[in-house]
Design a protein around this ligand. Sequence first.
Ligand code: PSV
Ligand code: MN
Length: 397
Amino acid sequence: MTLSDSQTRDLAFKALDSFQIEIPSWGFANTGTRFGKFVQAAAASTIEEKFADAAEVNRLTGATPTMALHVLWDLPNGLRDVPEVRALERRFGIRSGSINPNLFQDQEYKYGSLCNPSAAIREQALDHMLVSIEIGKALGSRDVSLWMADGSNYPGTQSIRKRIGWLEDALRACHDRLAPNQRLLVEYKPFEPAFYHTDIADWGMSSHFARHAGPQACVLVDTGHHYSAQNIEQVVAWLLHTGMLGGFHFNDRRYADDDLTLGSIDPYQIFRIFHEIHQAASDGLALDVAYMIDQSHNLKGKIEAVVQTVVTAQELYLKAALVDRERLAGYQQSCDLVAAEELYRGAFWRDVRPLTAAWRAARGLPADPIAALRASGYVERIAGERGSRSSAVSSYA
Ligand code: PSV
Ligand code: MN
């Protein structure tokens, strides 16, 4: 059945109303590569500045009410920093999103954190996890999002199986401390900074650890954390099917974990992921998926890059929402390959920008959030205010 314009509009508005995406506090701070850092005068160097920037993005897009926090960078004093964060939430109208423990920067973690051969260091890492869970409770934030840099660089230098056991124990201990509304998201990555083996290298390992930990644990898919040829939407379909999909860290990549703007290299990839999610929802699967951005922009203006990312995510989410799934199912059933593919590709190529613009107008948002940011003078103003300080401080190298 072909939809009328007003039916399409209703469907589009419904999809856009339901789509929110979390922005990372570290996306506003000065970052770099291991070769160097190009500092930006407008970069945020305090938690207050990060909240201010997040509020600006939400004002422009209406789709980013929460900001992910990285414990070491944003709450360096742990629970003692909670009241300040609470006050900033109220002041800027932005809620704390996922809480990201940091198990990769302390010197002790050279040979691993929760998988370190030293029981004392594993204990220290577990303590940090437990503090992060308590921070999540105190902030009323639901997801604790774990990524570890643990692994090894050379064959034979670590017992892969002993490390599996240590991690199983640690994640179960974490799960025991979750409040009923909290979730533990387990992120995977096949390489970097470890280059021989990574303790949670892929979605199968993440799923195993999450299942072993308990029912409130699930998998986090960072789109940059796959081998080049990997079929990520198939991974997503499997996680949906097995009830293990907890959320995403979106970004794009050409070679490795490049942290490029979502959809800048392969927008079709993100469309295909969103299609799996819309399809699962319309098939009646119970879904609870946290959409998050994990990008640290080094060359683009930080706030502008985040706004561009949110706008792109909305467009791709909407394109996938508008796939005629009934007709597609018919073509799939009759194995009409070309008709199925053309319908699918057609949805991807559809220009949904008139629909996103109409939705923004109806919701009192700027029709073109990037242009509105440029016109607002916000970046120039904060660059003037922050410029003298920002070269000195950074949270991520
Ligand atoms: C690691 O590459 C990662 O994707 C994790 O999610 C970290 O928390 C984040 O990037 C920031 O370093
Ligand atoms: Mn990530």
